[in-house]
Design a protein around this ligand. Structure first.
Ligand code: ZN
Length: 133
């Protein structure tokens, strides 16, 4: 894995959280984008080499809505950048990690993504992401 690409933070409201994180990080949000398939709206911030992704649910069935219902707002996932997502999925699957999707899917911020079940990673939802070429 190349680096931690971003941390995903579940929030109730982007309208409320984007200005807060702009103040906290002292940098403007550079992109807001919906991912309809996941039922989320996202907002991205750059902090040096790393990014912060805020996630707001756009429907009650969104994984983010369920997460907030269970645990409240907070850190939702860690995303690692990989060079070849298909190869990493095969490698991790062979080692017994539970991968939540069979094929990489389109994520926010021009990425192909997949997720690892927190049960196989000590309770941490892990995202793998690869820059789309
Ligand atoms: Zn993410």
């Amino acid at each position: 894995m190349l680096k931690i690409e971003h941390l995903g933070i579940a929030v109730k409201s982007l309208d409320a959280s984007v200005p807060l994180y702009e103040q906290l990080l002292n940098t403007p949000c550079y992109k807001q984008e919906g991912v309809a398939s996941e039922g989320v709206s996202t907002a991205f911030f750059k902090t040096g080499d790393s990014k912060i992704e805020l996630l707001e649910a756009t429907s009650e069935n969104s994984p983010i809505a369920k997460f907030i219902e269970k645990k409240g707002e907070g850190i939702h996932h860690i995303a690692f950048e990989v060079e070849n997502i298909e190869a990493e999925m095969k490698r991790l699957s062979a080692l017994g990690f539970q991968i939540l999707n069979e094929h990489p899917k389109d994520g926010a911020d021009n990425k192909l993504v997949c997720f690892l079940h927190p049960k196989s990673t000590n309770g941490v939802l892990v995202e793998l992401c690869q820059e789309k070429k």
